[in-house]
Design a protein around this ligand. Structure first.
Ligand SMILES: Nc1ncnc2c1ncn2[C@@H]1O[C@H](COP(=O)(O)OP(=O)(O)OP(=O)(O)O)[C@@H](O)[C@H]1O
Ligand SMILES: [Mg+2]
Length: 313
């Protein structure tokens, strides 16, 4: 096991997106109507950015590559990554593109999302240079289905990373078209850690039972951990089921909890902690992120996560 300040270099390749979060909407809007919201934030919204910022918050060296426009949303995202200490040297705001945007409208009961993918659909695996891989120990990719141009080259990208000596991880995210095509299984052969949520894993495998679904994605290489919201997470390791409960926090907003979970899990996994501890780290960072509105406002530091994991808070 390696210490928390052990230097690990992580390359995150993925989508850039800003969230406009309208919280406490008095109702969800219907055509022709206007509703008021009690709170609002503009916040880094994409799974990849939230995970990258979560990893940086835990003290890791993180480099990010993705596509963005030179519009206000793009500038906002670039600055947010910089402020988090993420290396953005490869990011080139493109005047011909518009940065991805999501409007999130939430009431205490439910939420509605509208997304304009914009530049998200432009990122290609071939853009990732060998020297960026050579400068990293680990490659993480999120939002497999959302990134239409990245997806066909994703398996090769993971294979290149593996050949260059990196470990690899993938968070599939939701498939907005709900097709859940099976090319993912092929991609997983090049992936060390797979981090779907329960709904995604069930859709990917066509199995309504999570344990059955988990058993189905075993391929001899990939360690799959399924995120289960307030219930925590589950994995299968050497024919043993591991169920780790989430931590109880005053949850304000669970947007992006899964991406902060990824950051916590990977932080521990990259320091060679036992799987059970990695799952606790994932839960701690996921749970703590729900303290604030949006995905990045309340991400955990090492000491905050450690206090939950060790029970010494
Ligand atoms: N309400 C909550 N209270 C405590 N912990 C939570 C809560 N919601 C989520 N978590 C923690 O965060 C982790 C990830 O959340 P979740 O399962 O919702 O991921 P997700 O569906 O991928 O989320 P998103 O896609 O919004 O990032 C859970 O495994 C759990 O540890
Ligand atoms: Mg998720």
């Amino acid at each position: 096991m390696k210490p928390h300040d052990h230097p690990v270099r992580i390359l995150v390749v993925g989508e850039i997106n800003v969230d406009f979060v309208f919280k406490g909407c008095h109702a969800l809007p219907t055509p022709g109507k206007e509703v008021l919201a009690d709170d609002f934030v503009m916040t880094p919204g994409s799974s990849s950015m939230i995970c990258a910022m979560g990893l940086a918050r835990l003290g890791n060296r993180v480099a990010f590559h993705g596509r963005l426009g030179s519009d206000a949303s793009g500038k906002f995202c670039l600055q947010a990554l910089r402020d988090a200490g993420v290396d953005v040297a490869s990011l080139r705001p493109d005047g011909a593109l518009r940065t991805g945007v999501t409007a999130s409208l939430s009431t205490p009961q439910d939420r509605a999302l509208v997304t304009f993918a914009g530049a998200i659909a432009e990122l290609r695996a071939e853009e990732v240079r060998d020297e960026w891989l050579a400068a990293a120990d680990h490659l993480h990719v999120s939002s497999y289905y959302l990134q239409k141009a990245l997806r066909p080259g994703c398996r090769d990208l993971f294979a290149r990373a593996t050949a260059a000596g990196l470990s690899t991880s993938l968070d599939p995210g939701f498939d907005p078209e709900q097709r859940w095509e099976s090319d993912l299984f092929d991609t997983l052969r090049e992936v060390d850690v797979f981090l779907p949520n329960e709904q995604e894993l069930q859709a990917i495998t066509g199995r309504g039972d999570t344990r059955e679904a988990l058993a189905l994605v075993q391929n001899g290489r990939t360690q799959t951990v399924v995120k289960r919201g307030r219930q925590g997470c589950t994995s299968l390791h050497q024919d043993q089921w591991l169920d780790v409960p989430a931590y109880s926090v005053d949850a304000v907003d669970s947007t992006g909890a899964g991406d902060s979970f990824d950051a916590g899990f990977l932080h521990a996994w990259l320091r060679e902690m036992p799987l059970l501890d990695c799952m606790k780290w994932g839960n701690a960072c996921g749970s703590l992120s729900t303290r604030g509105i949006g995905g990045t406002t309340a991400q955990a530091s090492v000491s905050e996560a450690l206090a939950l994991v060790t029970g010494k808070s």
